[in-house]
Ligand binder design. Structure first.
Ligand SMILES: CCCCCCCCCCCCC/C=C/[C@@H](O)[C@H](COP(=O)(O)O)NC(=O)CCCCC
Ligand code: ADP
Ligand code: CA
Length: 554
């Protein structure tokens, strides 16, 4: 970076010290001047830098300054304000704990009003060049999601940030289930928004997903009932402010469930493509899924938990224990079309800028699929058996309960889903498998678990009439649970079918056809960041550094 690339360079005051401030197209940086450093006997010159793309806003001093600095040294602050009364504040993204962001501020003072205004103008000009940032958002709040804090979370933590970033919003607090979905499907004027934000959990996200996809297909004349239809990607981004019970979609795309972090990802206009599974029963469309499609264990947990909604997020713990103790298994046949790339056990985790997901399936891949379809059996595999759980994870499904998720190496946007088959096994074995979701051990490393990366799959449950004698002898006594090490599992003819847990919603049919639609939607997210993100360039290059001075960089 040569000094001629500088857009602005000035000597200003920051925390009562004179600093050289410099701005180019990508970085805003400042360091104490030599004069000021000598006065403060500082041996090291510290260079601070922040990326322009992570600046939230710039404002005249104003209002906001009940900050720590002012509390620490009111007298000094008063003196600076008197000598250098013209100030501006830059709000920017600061990384705090792992994957967590906050909005920080830095204030610069000047004696010269025109100079202060020039800084504001030039920074704003640079922000205006970031055209991917949303200017107008449609926000839906589920007031009953999670611990029923959605409205408060939005009003106290998110709305002030949107206001600071000059984003205009239309806010709808939902009055019933499917209010947001129906509004998006038929009423919302989507041309006026750059994004739709949902404040709630995975169920609320699912409403937005269905509303947007359905609207997009209707507008483009695509019939979603055709299982082989190529769906049209949605042009409007979706933002998630986590305020639900599991919030797995937020956690797996951002790395944390923090409303402020998510609001900042929306403000900076991050964009993360995501695969969507379309689920059909015969030739009728049932639902879309982006995270978990789970039959058996997760379907039963969800079904049981719906009756305990009043308990809030803790309902899943109780239903989880109950379902685990019931130890049901289900018979059926699963056929799938393996993906030609990647492996669920390759330990290549999907992270921000993931190289696997950069490769959007091309028309060549689609032709390959068509060929597979045309020779009917080519590529398709079928597995019959008795399963405790059949899970399709289109993303890792990481969440606070399971920080690495159901399939730690699943990708957000590779056009595939990881099909995990957990066969009938003892309770102890199943418990060991479940516990491995919460520690570093490999949950797939069991003889009764297999996992396949697939593009499509079909499930057909076993018809009720055929039970082997062995199965019938396994029907449990109604009075209690059998020993924890027992290999026996429950099978009673009334409950011979489970339900599918589709991103937290119960599906009415057991027999389904699933097809992954690559990168059908985009979220205001960037995937999980690997580590503290480095600056695009070394801020030291912004200055001709002085000899015999030690420098340190933020
Ligand atoms: C004995 C220790 C057992 C630990 C098991 C941990 C495994 C947890 C994996 C959880 C995967 C969750 C996938 C996401 C599902 C959500 O879409 C769904 C709805 O979320 P929301 O709308 O926010 O309520 N949540 C669930 O289905 C809950 C599953 C909980 C299972 C215990
Ligand atoms: N105003 C409302 N009243 C009742 N149910 C609602 C309302 N708004 C949304 N819902 C439904 O609530 C369910 C759960 O919402 P969600 O935000 O995912 O919370 P949780 O994570 O606690 O399940 C979703 O199925 C959604 O359709
Ligand atoms: Ca995927």
């Amino acid at each position: 970076m040569e000094t001629q690339d500088r857009l602005l360079f000035s000597k200003l005051f920051h925390k009562h010290r004179q600093v050289e401030v410099t701005l180019n197209r990508s970085v805003l940086a400042w360091k104490e001047t030599e004069k000021s450093r000598k006065r403060n006997r500082a041996e090291t010159a510290h260079i601070h830098a922040l990326q322009v793309c992570e600046i939230v806003a710039v404002h005249t001093k104003d209002d906001d300054q009940d900050n720590k600095e002012t509390r620490r040294s009111r007298a000094e602050a008063k003196q600076t304000s008197q000598l250098y009364p013209h100030a501006f504040t830059v709000s920017y993204v600061r990384r705090t704990r792992l994957h967590q962001w906050c909005c920080s501020e830095v204030m610069f003072h000047s004696a010269n009003q025109a100079l202060s205004e020039q800084w504001i103008t030039v920074i704003n000009e640079q922000l205006a060049l970031l055209t991917h940032r949303p200017k107008s958002l449609l926000v839906y709040i589920n007031p009953y999601g999670g611990k029923r804090r959605g409205k408060r979370i939005y009003e106290q933590k998110v709305a002030p940030l949107f206001g600071r970033a000059c984003i205009s919003t239309d806010v709808i607090v939902t009055e019933r289930a499917n209010h947001a979905r129906d509004h998006l499907k038929t009423e919302a004027n989507l041309d006026t928004y750059d994004g739709v934000v949902c404040v709630g959990g995975d169920g609320m996200f699912s409403e937005i997903l269905h509303g947007l996809i359905s609207r997009t297909q209707t507008d483009n004349g695509v019939d979603p009932n055709q299982p082989d239809a190529e769906l049209v990607p949605c042009s409007v981004h979706i933002g998630i402010i986590p305020a639900g019970s599991t919030d797995c979609i937020c956690f797996a795309t951002v790395g944390t469930n923090d409303p402020v972090t998510s609001a900042l990802h929306i403000i900076v206009g991050d964009s993360q493509p995501m695969d969507v599974c379309s689920v059909h029963h015969n030739d009728s469309f049932l639902r879309y899924s982006v995270s978990l499609l789970g039959y058996g264990f997760y379907g039963d947990v969800l079904k049981d938990s719906e009756r305990k909604r009043w308990m809030g997020p803790a309902r899943y713990d109780l239903s989880g224990v109950k379902t685990f103790l019931s130890h049901n298994y289900y018979e059926g046949s699963i056929s799938f079309l393996p993906a030609d790339m990647g492996d669920p056990r390759d330990k290549l985790q999907c992270r921000s800028g993931c190289s696997v997901c950069q490769h959007k399936p091309s028309s060549k891949d689609t032709q390959w699929e068509k060929k597979e379809k045309s020779d009917k059996v080519g590529g398709w595999r079928t597995i019959r058996g008795k399963f405790i759980a059949i899970n399709a994870a289109s993303m890792s499904c990481a969440c606070p309960r399971s920080p690495k998720g159901l399939s730690p190496s699943a990708h957000l946007a590779d056009g595939t889903t990881d099909l995990i088959l957990v066969r009938k096994c003892s309770r102890l074995d199943f418990l060991t498998h479940l516990l491995r979701h919460t520690n570093k051990e490999d949950q797939f490393d069991h003889s009764f678990v297999e996992v396949h990366r697939v593009r499509r799959f079909n499930f057909q449950p076993q018809q009720n009439e055929m039970h082997s004698l062995e199965d019938l002898t396994e029907t449990p006594k109604k009075t209690g649970f059998r020993p924890i090490c027992s290999a026996q599992t429950n099978y009673n003819s009334q409950d011979s079918h489970s339900s599918w847990n589709c991103d937290g919603e119960i599906l009415p049919h057991a027999a389904i056809r699933v097809s992954v639609q690559p990168q059908l939607i985009r979220l205001f997210a960037r995937g999980i960041e690997e580590q503290q993100q480095c600056l695009l360039e070394d801020p030291c290059t912004l200055w001709a550094l002085e000899p015999n001075t030690h420098y340190s960089v933020d």
